[in-house]
Design a protein around this ligand. Structure first.
Ligand code: IYR
Length: 225
């Protein structure tokens, strides 16, 4: 390795697992993650804020380009703010479904049976609005270039979704388009771009989900031995 510009510390947290432990943990984790579903109807049952905080800390452990951690999570539970977001999102969605989106896109969405109504934006206890920090700003106000921003924020978002599922909660990745209205409503600076709203809470009683499948291992992976 090149000369180290960082203070190197031993990797004390690494723990070797026996093959049996490894198999059990891998199987258990797959069984857990296999149960994850995106849910579009939420109950208004409150969620312990400490759980949300710990899930966000988990997301914050994600790797990122040059460790710049170019994400910002704005956690909205305030009812008026949720209503404002719902109204603004539904306005965008009405345009999207009424012709803003291509026929091809609307066709691709048919199996999900989505429409412009987004009551979950008010019913769910938490909306986590995920922003990408496209560039940083130093103390003198100069721009700091950020690297692999979309990838980094995508990884952190995946870890957040996983942590929320592990906590026994459900989530929905919601992407009103365009989303710039979120900067204004949430008072975020222009170096931050909203990437999605993660809707978090408990499922509404009796909720249904679309009967859709995930691809098989053969379809998603190739092994070159
Ligand atoms: N933003 C719209 C449309 C939508 C787009 C995709 I790609 C989805 O996977 C689901 C919905 C909406 O939320 O209805």
């Amino acid at each position: 390795m090149s000369e180290q510009a960082y203070n190197a510390i031993p990797l004390t947290q690494y723990q070797v697992l026996t093959p049996a432990e490894m198999k059990k943990r891998t199987d258990d984790f797959f069984a857990l993650m296999k149960k994850r579903r995106s849910v579009r109807a939420f109950s208004d049952q409150p969620v312990d804020r400490n759980i949300i905080e710990k899930c966000l800390l988990t997301a914050g452990r994600a790797p990122s380009g040059a460790n710049q951690q170019p994400w910002k999570f704005v956690v909205v539970s305030n009812p008026e703010l949720k209503r404002t977001i719902r109204l603004a999102a539904e306005e965008e969605e009405r345009e999207f479904y009424a012709g803003g989106a291509s026929e091809e896109w609307l066709d691709a969405l048919k199996p999900l049976a989505t429409d412009a109504e987004k009551p979950f934006l008010e019913h769910a206890p938490y909306l986590i609005v995920i922003f990408s920090e496209n560039y940083g700003i130093d103390e003198q106000g100069n721009k700091i270039k950020h690297y692999y921003v979309r990838d980094s924020v995508g990884i952190a978002t995946g870890m957040l979704i996983t942590a929320i599922h592990n906590a026994g909660l459900v989530s929905l990745t919601h992407t009103p388009s365009p989303m710039r209205f979120l900067n204004q409503i949430l008072d975020r600076p222009k170096n931050e771009t909203p990437t999605m709203i993660l809707v978090v809470g408990y499922p509404e009683e009796g909720v249904t989900v679309p009967d859709i499948e995930k691809k098989s291992l053969d379809q998603i992976a190739l092994f070159k031995d």
